[in-house]
Design a binder for this molecule. Structure first.
Ligand SMILES: NC(=O)c1ccc[n+]([C@@H]2O[C@H](COP(=O)([O-])OP(=O)(O)OC[C@H]3O[C@@H](n4cnc5c(N)ncnc54)[C@H](OP(=O)(O)O)[C@@H]3O)[C@@H](O)[C@H]2O)c1
Length: 255
């Protein structure tokens, strides 16, 4: 398979202010895409855009809380207004608030569902008309949605119930949408990383953090760049090749 560069394309990456999203924005810009990097922390996005442009890439920072449907729709509409098209959507924004279901704070559940699920749905729904158009009219004749699921989308575990609910749902939705739009040349892919060394665990309660380190002590975790490489691999395939699902884990991670 020969990778194709992304020159002339426009990509939106949600949750680009840190971790996997930031690494993906850098990687897609290096492939030639104009990248709209979005999240809530605008200062971090502006640093990222400065880094990309210093390396000769093209990027813009857009503040957006994807849990707010109006902001999510505004992100996509604003991208198309500014850059005239949309070829790639990476639904990466997410939070992981682990803990037991008994005595959980339902606000944690609402936050996980509103960011990980509602945010992904709002961005996807707003982007689809533009992606379908790009797939029909661009010289590449293809467009992409990449959804960040997780090993949690494949293997439920105690203490991870609502995160499992969100990520299993994302994997299932990805396959359903893939079947719906693949004949119109929009590829829809799920990426399912194991433990990645990012800020994701910064939001855990002390008890959940202790449980996390009991599980991952001594595990050499993936880097954000490892996941960004997978995402870039997916979206630079020639039109005929659709990488539907990728599960990648640290070599040291058993489950
Ligand atoms: N790290 C792992 O081990 C791992 C494993 C499997 C899957 N994943 C998935 O990978 C994705 C990225 O996570 P990460 O590991 O890179 O963690 P991270 O460094 O914490 O990044 C999460 C990103 O999501 C953004 N975000 C959070 N709430 C948001 C909201 N309401 N609206 C818009 N953006 C929001 C954050 O930006 P702001 O706070 O600036 O808004 C940040 O840019 C998530 O979907 C996560 O579930 C991670």
């Amino acid at each position: 398979m020969t990778a194709e560069r992304l020159d002339g394309t426009v990509a939106v990456v949600t949750g680009a202010s840190s971790g996997i999203g930031a690494a993906t924005a850098i990687r897609l810009a290096a492939e030639g895409a104009t990248v709209v990097a979005s999240a809530r922390r605008l200062d971090r996005l502006e640093e990222l855009v400065a880094h990309i442009t210093a390396d000769g890439g093209r990027a813009a920072a857009v503040e957006c809380d994807v849990a707010d449907g109006e902001q999510a729709r505004g992100l996509i509409a604003g991208t198309v207004d500014e850059f005239g098209r949309l070829d790639t959507l990476v639904n990466n924004a997410g939070v992981m608030l682990l803990g037991p279901i008994v005595d959980a704070d339902p606000e944690d559940w609402e936050r996980m569902i509103s960011v990980n699920v509602d945010g992904l749905l709002a961005c996807t729904h707003a982007a689809l008309p533009h992606l379908l158009d790009a797939a029909q009219t661009s010289s590449r004749r293809v467009a992409d949605i990449v959804n960040l699921s997780s090993t949690a989308g494949r293997f439920p575990r105690v203490g991870s119930g609502v995160y499992n609910l969100a990520k299993v749902g994302i994997t299932a939705f990805t396959e359903s949408l893939r079947q719906e739009v693949t004949a119109r040349s929009v590829r829809v892919s799920a990426v399912e990383p194991g433990a990645v060394d990012t800020e994701l665990i910064d939001h855990l309660s002390p008890g959940a953090l202790e449980g996390f380190w009991q599980r991952f002590d001594g595990v050499e975790r993936l880097l954000s760049e490892d996941v960004a490489d997978v995402i870039a691999f997916i979206v630079t395939q020639p039109r005929r090749v659709a990488i539907n699902e990728v599960l990648l884990r640290p070599t040291d991670q058993e489950l």
